[in-house]
Design a protein. Structure first.
Lengths: 112, 114
C-alpha cells in the first residue's frame, strides 16, 4: 500500500540556518504530495502542496519539489526562524483515493 | 471564520464509559474524517464520510463508531473505551473527498482512558 517515510527528529537548528527535512514515498498511482505543519497545541495546517511531477510547492519561505524519479518531496527553507519550531508532516493522496497518508512527522526546534 | 471545531479538547475517562467527541465545520464541506495521532505512528485514519449518510472505515476503525446525519457534524463515538484508545484525535474536512483540495483540521481532542 501507499506509504510515506520521513526523517527521524528532532531536528535542532539555530536561527537563520538552512533546513532540509527528507520525505520519500511509495504509491501505486500518481499521487499529490503535501507538507502539513502542526504548531504546539494546534491542529495541522497545509503548508504547501504539489500535484504532479516536477511541480514546486512554496509558502512562507518553504519549498518542496515533486521528484518522481527519486520518489521524494523534501522540504527546504533557506533561513529558519524561532517561529518555525513545529512538527512537520509529509503526506500523499493517491489518484482517486479519498484519504491522506501521513508520515510520522518531524519535530523542528529552532533556537535563537 | 472558517473552522473545524472539536469538543471536548481534553478528556479523562475510565474503561467502558461511553463517550462522544463532537466535530462541526462551518465551510459546507462534503468530506469529513477522523484521525488519531500517536507517537511514532503519525496520523492514522479512523473513519471518513464522503457526504451525509455516507460513512466508511479507515485504517483503524475498531472500537469506534461515527454518524453523519447533517453535513456540518461528524461525531466520533467510543461505545466502550479502552486504554489503547488513549490518543490525540483530529477531525478534518475538505470540500470534496476526491481531488487535491486542502484538508482542514480541528485543534484536536486529547483523550485519556484509565
Amino acid at each position: 500500500g501507499d506509504s510515506v517515510t520521513q526523517m527521524e527528529g528532532p531536528v535542532t537548528l539555530s536561527e537563520e540556518a538552512f533546513l532540509t527535512i527528507n520525505c520519500t514515498y511509495t504509491a501505486t498511482g500518481y499521487p499529490s504530495l503535501f507538507w502539513y505543519v502542526q504548531y504546539p497545541g494546534e491542529g495541522l495546517q497545509l503548508l504547501l502542496k504539489a500535484t504532479k511531477a516536477d511541480d514546486k510547492g512554496s509558502n512562507k519561505g518553504f519549498e518542496a519539489t515533486y521528484r518522481k524519479e527519486t520518489t521524494s518531496f523534501h522540504l527546504e527553507k533557506g533561513s529558519v526562524q524561532v517561529s518555525d519550531s513545529a512538527v512537520y508532516f509529509c503526506a500523499l493522496k493517491d489518484t482517486g483515493f479519498q484519504k491522506l497518508v501521513f508520515g510520522t512527522g518531524t519535530r523542528l526546534l529552532v533556537s535563537p | 471564520e472558517a473552522q473545524v471545531t472539536q469538543n471536548p479538547r481534553y478528556l479523562i475517562t475510565v474503561t467502558g464509559k461511553k463517550l462522544t467527541v463532537t466535530c462541526s465545520q462551518n465551510m459546507n464541506h462534503e468530506y469529513m474524517s477522523w484521525y488519531r495521532q500517536d507517537p511514532g505512528l503519525g496520523l492514522r485514519q479512523i473513519y471518513y464520510s464522503m457526504n451525509v449518510e455516507v460513512t466508511d472505515k479507515g485504517d483503524v476503525p475498531e472500537g469506534y463508531k461515527v454518524s453523519r446525519k447533517e453535513k456540518r457534524n461528524f461525531p466520533l463515538i467510543l461505545e466502550s473505551p479502552s486504554p489503547n484508545q488513549t490518543s490525540l484525535y483530529f477531525c478534518a474536512s475538505s470540500l470534496q473527498g476526491r481531488g487535491t483540495g486542502e484538508l482542514f483540521f480541528g485543534e484536536g481532542s486529547r483523550l485519556t482512558v484509565l
